[in-house]
Write a protein that binds this ligand. Sequence first.
Ligand code: ADP
Ligand code: MG
Length: 404
Amino acid sequence: MPSGSPFNTTQNIFTDRDVFDIEGFQPTELIERDDQINEYAAALEPVLNGWKPNNIFIYGKTGTGKTATTQYMLDWLQKDVTEHNENHEQRIDLSVVYLNCEALTSSYQIAVELLNELRDENRQVSTRGHAPNDIYNWLFEELDSRGGVVLIVLDEVDNVGEDDTVLYKLARPEIENANLGLIGISNDFSFRDDLSAKVKDSLCEKEILFPAYESAELREILSQRAEKGLHETAYTNGPIALSAAYAAQDKGSARQAIDILREAGDIARREDADELTEDHVEAAKGIVERGRVSEMIGSLSPHGTYALHALAIAEQHDETPIRTRGLYEIYSVVCSQHAADPLSDRALRDHLSEIDLIGLAAVNKKNIGRAGGKYKQYELDVKTECVIEAFQRTDGVDVSEVDP
Ligand code: ADP
Ligand code: MG
């Protein structure tokens, strides 16, 4: 047993580690998002006259600043509304309801959650036992009695699944007293195309694309954090640039860049180093990538993991991009290893779309000729080793032993 406290609180690296908290820290200035901010502002401006804003659809890959920029816009909007109300007789009543739909996988669940956000504590409804129509009617009643302008933000709305009723209802609400604006945010590019036509028209009045960040932009984002959260003597441009370059090479995600730098800081701290080095960044990159992959795998259903497993094997045998038929054979072998019956190839395709959605795989649609034949091809979108290691860690299965 060591004597004395096991904690080491000397801080050579961080002045404020919370600055590297992805959700917890809101930057006061956003780097390189002026175009998106201007478009966003134009779409929301009617609110400052008490009018209905445009419905807005925000899309771009994870870590491209969609949530941070939305938060930034809403903060400013609320501030400007308060200022307006101090200086004008005609008040603007603005309510903002922000909902992250990550864990809400149906229109019904989103509608219930929204209703509960709008209602006070003693009038909450449970997620079971109500007819969807009742929920929508109550939701409209609630919005109507609120009046003014109500902005509803549905972040990560691509989790809603096939049935987009809630978007249809909110895009054309049956209410008289309130002006409703809807903001939908999606990590998934194909989500918009898969919306039913009537939803697409009304939700996507304004569309704002958030492109992936380039290395130079990520460097700026990281420098902004480093200035606020690291000791001045603890870093130089080298490790910052390397973290940015790694994240840019991969997905161009600010989330990933910040995670790498924070992890590098943690490693340096554990080593009692005075300064961040490129070796720390190198080690941090591996940890972040593995953590990300494990987390994504953890969110899959059993057959989702078998499908991914099959894809990793195909990848190891250089058979990717692979079509469903070929993959199905490997998947069947994986299933038998787990003493599970393989699902239909249609179900396998659904699982593959799910894997695509969370960013572990990439799907390409191929069209052959004018006859309109179509097929899909799949490949991993993360490092094969990371997936294989994650499987070895979680269920001790060595995928390299399976021969397709
Ligand atoms: P998304 O919602 O698109 O997945 P986030 O808005 O959550 O991405 O961004 C991920 C992290 O990167 C957050 O901590 C956010 O504050 C930061 N970030 C993203 N874009 C910028 C930017 N342009 N300037 C400063 N920080 C940013
Ligand atoms: Mg987000």
